[in-house]
Structures are given as C-alpha cells and as structure tokens.
Design a protein around this ligand. Structure first.
Ligand SMILES: C[S@@+](CC[C@H](N)C(=O)[O-])C[C@H]1O[C@@H](n2cnc3c(N)ncnc32)[C@H](O)[C@@H]1O
Length: 211
C-alpha cells in the first residue's frame, strides 16, 4: 500500500532546506546518517521517535526507503548522538513503555533533572505513552499530567520558555504547527517528504488565506 498523505507533497519542492515564515527551517533528512547544521539552533527539543524497531521499519516503508540494518538500541544511540550535537537546554521525548527505562537512563546521563508525564496518543485512553521531560534546572509542569500528547505539544509550544523549538521526527508536524500558531520559531527534520509536506502546506496555505 502506498501512503500518499493526500499527495500534498506534489505541490512543493521538498528538496534541501525549506525556509518557512518567521525564520523556521525544516529538511527531509534521516538523522541516523546526518544532522543538518540548522538543528543546532534549537534550545528545546520535543521528539516523538519510533518506539521500537518494528515501528521504525513501518516509517521507512511509508517513506519508500530501505529498512536500517541496525537494531533499535543502535537507532536510539544515534538519536542521542544527534541530541548531544544539538545540546538543547530542555529535552522532551515521547516514548512507549517498552524502552522507557532505556530512554530515562539516557536522559539522566545528560540532564540533572528528570520527570515524565503519563500521556495518551490519538486521544484514546487505551493508547498509553509517556513524555519524558529532562532539564538542567528543576522544571515540572503539573498541567501536563494525563494530557493527550497533542495537548502536551500544544501547551509546550505556547507556554514553555524557548527561542527555537526543534523536532527531529516532525511527521505531519504538530510541533511546527503549534510553534507557528504561537508565533514562535522552530526547526525540524523528517524522514518522509510526504509527511513533512503536510506541515509545509498547513503553514503556507494559512499564510496565503490570512494575507
Ligand atoms: C511517531 S511519528 C511522529 C509524529 C509527529 N509527532 C507528528 O506530529 O506527526 C515518528 C516520525 O519520525 C520519523 N522518523 C523515523 N525515523 C526517522 C529518522 N531516522 N530521521 C528522521 N525522521 C524519522 C517518521 O517518518 C515519523 O514521521
């Protein structure tokens, strides 16, 4: 089955660095291979990576790319290598239960303060997930407990203190969308041009209609 996401990507040039209004930048890129330099502008990261290798493979299939040959721990190790290159002041990572312990450990090796929020995805109570919040100073947002991930992203984009929020796994772009709607700057990478085009279209179409 071909995943087209409405075929929106056909209307845009999705190659190279894509500059969006307000100085935001995105690029179709597999960070297991390389990190665009502009990602280092992020002082906060919100990342919702695949939660295991089966899940990661489905995203490579949807992007019509060959599956990586390494396992999920290597995939995660490379993710943290990129996070280290960016060195955000605050890191939010969304995770499932299976690798939550490994991710908490990886975060605690880098940050002095760590907490996590119980969350859900797709607004369904049975879809449990967790959002890790890692920072160098004590931060915990009570209002994020038990919110759906989309509402957590919305709240962070509106209320967390940041100059530029980054997302290494933009997908269809919730982080970019909510940063944009709050007049804030964001940077991001995404494996699949068809998924990233949904965000590009949302922003450029909003711009045109509000002009
Ligand atoms: C769970 S989804 C994130 C959904 C996102 N929060 C949204 O608003 O749509 C994970 C995303 O990570 C992307 N991804 C997976 N591996 C990646 C990699 N190595 N480099 C860049 N993006 C990757 C997938 O294509 C997928 O869109």
């Amino acid at each position: 089955m071909k995943w087209e996401y409405g075929g929106i990507y056909k209307a845009y040039d999705m190659t190279g660095v894509i500059a969006l209004p307000g100085g935001s930048l995105v690029e179709v890129c597999d960070w297991t291979a390389r990190l665009p330099e502009f990602m280092k502008q992020a002082d906060t990261l919100f990342v919702d990576p695949p939660w295991n290798m089966g899940n990661a493979r489905t995203f490579y299939t949807k992007a019509e790319l060959p599956h990586p040959e390494f396992d999920f721990l290597e995939f995660s190790r490379r993710l943290f290598e990129r996070i280290d290159q960016i060195a955000p002041r605050t890191l939010f990572i969304e995770m499932g239960k299976q690798y939550l312990g490994w991710y908490l450990q990886a975060c605690s090796a880098r940050y002095s303060h760590l907490t996590f929020y119980n969350s859900t995805y797709f607004h369904k109570q049975q879809n449990k997930c967790y959002v890790i919040h890692a920072s160098q100073k004590r931060e915990r947002y009570k209002s994020l407990e038990d919110l759906d991930e989309e509402d957590i992203i919305k709240w962070i984009c509106a209320n967390h203190g940041y100059e530029c929020i980054g997302d290494l796994c933009m997908g269809r772009g919730l982080v970019g969308k909510h940063a944009y709607l709050n007049g804030r700057r964001f940077v991001g990478t995404e494996l699949n041009k068809k998924r990233l085009a949904v965000l590009v279209n949302f922003i450029l179409a909003t711009q045109i209609t509000s002009a």
